[in-house]
Write a protein of this length. Structure first.
Length: 273
C-alpha cells in the first residue's frame, strides 16, 4: 500500500534553513560601534522624542504639538515657582532687616538713657567736688594758645607766598615776575593778563607777544616791571601753556602794541636811510 518512508509524512514540505547573518562589511563595524556608544545612555523617552522630531515614530503633528504645549506649560510653571520663591525670600529678608533695625534702635535708645543717667549723676555731684583748684586749672587751659608755632622753613615758605601780589603798589620793592596760567575768570584781579584760546599760533611766539603787550604803553607798566617781565626765561613762559594758541588781548593794548611796532620799524628804516 504505500511505498513511502517509514515514520514520515507523505508530501510534507521541508522548512527552509534560516538565512545566515551577513557579516558587517568593511567600515560598518566601527560605524555601528560609534552609534552604540553615542546612544548608550539614551532612555526610551528621549528616544521617542527624537524619533518624533525626526518623523520616524509615525506620530501626527497634533501629538507633537500637544507634547510641545505640555513641555512649555511645565517650563512656565517652573518659572512661576522660582519667581514666587524669590519673592518670598525677598520678603523674609526685608522683614529680618526691619527687625534688626528696630533692635538696633532700641539698643541705641537704651544706651542713650543710661548715658543720660550717668551724666545727671555726675552733674549733681559736680558742685561738691568742684573747688578753687579746679577753677584755676580750667582758666589756665582756656588761656593756652591753640595755634602752634611754625618752624623756620614753614615761616619762610609762608613769607614767600605772602610776598606775591597781583597788583603791586607804587612803594613795593619788586624782586621778580612770576608767569601764571589759570582760568581767565580767576585772574580778574591781575593787572597784566591776556586770554589764550585754541588757535594756530605757536606758544613761544604767543608768550613773547603777551610780554610785549604787558610792556607796551597801554599796560601802564613801570620801568622796573618791564625789566622783570622781559627777564623771564622762555621755558618758564611756555611751561604751562597749551600748544597752538590764539592770543586775545584788550583792544587798547593791541592797538598800543601795533603803534609801538610801527614806531620801531620806522626808526629802523630811518637809521638805515
Amino acid at each position: 500500500r504505500g511505498g513511502g518512508r517509514p515514520g514520515g509524512q507523505r508530501g510534507a514540505p521541508k522548512k527552509p534553513p534560516p538565512p545566515a547573518k551577513e557579516a558587517p562589511k568593511r567600515g560598518q563595524r566601527s560605524k555601528l560601534k560609534k552609534i552604540k556608544d553615542k546612544y548608550a545612555d539614551q532612555d526610551d523617552e528621549e528616544r521617542d522624542l527624537m524619533l518624533g522630531l525626526l518623523g520616524s515614530a509615525g506620530r501626527s503633528k497634533a501629538e507633537i504639538a500637544r507634547e510641545a504645549r505640555r513641555r512649555e506649560a511645565e517650563e512656565k510653571a517652573a518659572r512661576e515657582a522660582q519667581k514666587a520663591q524669590r519673592h518670598k525670600d525677598n520678603v523674609e529678608k526685608q522683614a529680618r532687616r526691619v527687625a534688626e533695625q528696630r533692635e538696633a534702635e532700641t539698643a541705641r535708645k537704651e544706651r542713650q538713657s543710661a548715658g543720660a543717667g550717668a551724666i545727671a549723676v555726675a552733674d549733681k555731684a559736680a558742685p561738691a567736688s568742684f573747688d578753687a583748684a579746679g577753677a584755676a586749672e580750667l582758666r589756665s587751659l582756656l588761656e593756652e594758645p591753640s595755634i602752634q608755632e611754625l618752624d623756620e622753613g614753614q615761616r619762610a615758605a609762608l613769607a614767600q607766598h605772602d610776598a606775591l601780589t597781583a597788583l603791586p603798589a607804587e612803594g613795593d620793592s619788586l624782586l621778580y615776575a612770576v608767569p601764571v596760567c589759570a582760568p581767565y575768570s580767576a585772574l580778574s584781579a591781575y593787572r597784566f593778563r591776556v586770554k589764550l584760546t585754541p588757535g594756530s599760533q605757536k606758544k613761544g611766539k604767543a608768550a613773547k607777544q603777551a610780554v610785549g603787550i604787558f610792556c607796551g604803553g597801554a599796560g601802564g607798566a613801570s620801568e622796573r616791571e618791564r625789566e622783570l617781565m622781559r627777564a623771564i626765561k622762555d621755558d618758564e613762559l611756555v611751561r604751562q601753556m597749551i600748544s597752538n594758541v590764539k592770543l586775545v588781548a584788550p583792544s587798547a593794548a593791541t592797538a598800543a602794541l601795533k603803534t609801538e611796532r610801527k614806531a620801531k620799524a620806522k626808526a629802523k628804516a630811518d637809521a638805515k636811510g
